[in-house]
Design a binder for this molecule. Structure first.
Ligand code: FE2
Ligand code: FE2
Length: 210
């Protein structure tokens, strides 16, 4: 039983570390593109910078978690990446093919990306509340500590994008985005998480992402 519980924590933390890593890496690219296109938008740049730094810290917390336990994360692919899936459905291309400069040069695409980041953060907030209320998570103080920090940081992450959209009187996330969010969330939770958990041949990474 103890082994299964450990496995549950490891699978969960492996999905998180993948998502935090993808999150800060993609934000780094986006930030560079924003600085180039809108150098005068100091406040917006500072907010996106803070967001990128937070996600990097989140990544680092999960890395520490594994390092302290003397283990490596399970090998998790883009199929478990919330943002990867969201981008694939909304932009119809894989995240690595998403050209940030092209997006910034097209208002319509940039609004779309802002809404997508907002939805990701909304989902993150709900997710972390559910995890902190989960009796299995409550037994793991190291994870509780990490999720409490994420809970503290998450709300501020939506604001820059919300501000950007509202300033330009552009609508906030609509039905299609909300539906996509629910679909991705439940497919990870109810289908993909159990598949990872039950795949006893699932390997561990040989190196950390960064
Ligand atoms: Fe995060
Ligand atoms: Fe976040």
């Amino acid at each position: 039983m103890k082994k299964l519980l450990e496995r549950f924590y490891d699978v969960l933390a492996s999905i998180y570390i993948y998502n935090e890593y993808t999150g800060y890496k993609e934000l780094e690219n986006l930030l560079a593109a924003i600085c180039e296109k809108y150098p005068q938008e100091k406040e917006f740049i500072a907010a996106v910078e803070k967001h990128t730094d937070d996600e990097r810290v989140h990544y680092r917390m999960f890395r520490d978690y594994f390092e302290k336990a003397g283990k490596m994360p399970f090998t998790v692919t883009a199929t478990y990446g919330y943002i990867d899936l969201f981008i694939k459905i909304i932009f119809r291309k894989p995240i690595e093919d998403l050209d940030k400069v092209e997006i910034l040069n097209n208002d319509h695409l940039f609004y779309k990306l802002c809404r997508l980041i907002m939805m990701t953060e909304f989902r993150g907030m709900k997710q972390v509340d559910q995890l902190l209320a989960n009796p299995l998570i409550k037994k793991n103080q190291a994870l509780v500590k990490i999720f409490k920090i994420i809970k503290r940081d998450e709300p501020s992450h939506c604001y820059p994008y919300q501000y950007w959209l509202e300033k330009r009187k552009h609508h906030l996330p609509g039905f299609q985005e909300k539906f996509t969010d629910l679909w991705i969330h439940y497919s990870i939770l109810l289908i993909k998480f159990p598949i990872l958990f039950l795949n006893f041949r699932l390997g561990r990474m040989s190196d950390f992402y960064a």
